[in-house]
Design a protein around this ligand. Structure first.
Ligand SMILES: [Zn+2]
Length: 94
């Protein structure tokens, strides 16, 4: 699953997938992808109706629903990502 090798800005030779993934999450490419995805969700958690009941907390995060297109989610696979607050991100990972 070394799809991250498609990333331009990284020299990823010989690194395991999770190391590549955590590097990718620091990259300008990911920052752009994340910013666009957050904008598409109007900066609201996917469980936005719970927000009104005070159930959302923490900064918004982009959850990978699938890892097939990691490294090149932008622009065609942005909905592989789900915008979640920290609390609900923890819930979906369970
Ligand atoms: Zn939430």
């Amino acid at each position: 699953m070394l799809v991250l090798l498609a990333g331009d800005e990284m020299n990823t030779d010989g690194l395991d997938w999770w190391t590549q993934y955590s590097r990718y999450l620091q990259s300008p490419r990911w920052k752009l992808t994340r910013a666009v995805r957050l904008a598409l969700s109007f900066h609201l958690c996917a469980f936005w109706w719970k927000f009104w009941r005070g159930k959302c907390s923490g900064p918004l995060q982009c959850h990978h629903k699938r890892y097939t297109h990691v490294g090149h989610e932008f622009p065609f696979h942005l909905f592989d990502l789900q915008v979640l607050c920290k609390t609900h991100h923890k819930d979906v990972k369970k």
